[in-house]
Design a protein around this ligand. Structure first.
Ligand SMILES: [Mg+2]
Length: 171
């Protein structure tokens, strides 16, 4: 349930044309440490450029566990739809998006830097899941425990030869 279908270093390394060919219509990005460093208030030029490009081929959204205020201003500046306070690994968020845009779970890709929230939510929902390395070392306070558990999960998978930090796959 915690294993992503694809693992890449960051959102710029993801082979989006491959996703398109595989029938993905919607990209659901996590915010903190996926699109932005956690203390970044405004989207970087690089993010804006990527999102504008992706919008030509996909419905693009943000699904964040962060509280509304910070997410709202960021997504408004980025001019995309999104849901804050999503409580991932709850599947309420992806469900809401599927309903809003009339999508099947298999037409959605969920992209994020946490196995315990982003990837678990995506897998539970039946979406395509893409794990990326966290942009920064800093996390929100509530994430510290998740990171601790995540490390143990990765160690477990790593011993079984299923997943290794830095061993990217899925291109
Ligand atoms: Mg995150």
């Amino acid at each position: 349930m915690f294993l992503p279908k694809m693992y890449q270093k960051n959102i710029y390394e993801i082979p989006y044309d491959k996703l398109k060919k595989e029938g993905i219509k919607c990209l659901v990005f996590d915010l903190d440490n996926t699109l932005r460093y956690i203390d970044e208030k405004e989207p970087s030029e690089q993010v804006i450029k990527l999102i504008r490009k992706l919008e030509k081929n996909f419905i693009v959204l943000i699904l964040s566990n962060s509280l509304k205020k910070g997410v709202l201003s960021y997504k408004e500046k980025l001019q995309i739809d999104g849901i804050a306070h999503a409580k991932k690994p709850s599947i309420k968020g992806p469900k809401e998006i599927a309903k809003r845009y009339q999508l099947k779970p298999t037409e959605m890709a969920m992209i994020g830097d946490q196995l315990l929230t982003d990837i678990l939510a995506g897998n539970r929902f039946g979406a395509y899941t893409i794990y990326v390395d966290a942009l920064g070392n800093k996390d929100l306070k509530i994430t510290y425990l998740n990171r601790f558990i995540e490390k143990r999960i990765i160690n477990h998978y790593s011993r079984k030869g299923k997943f290794k930090r830095g061993a990217y796959y899925g291109k």
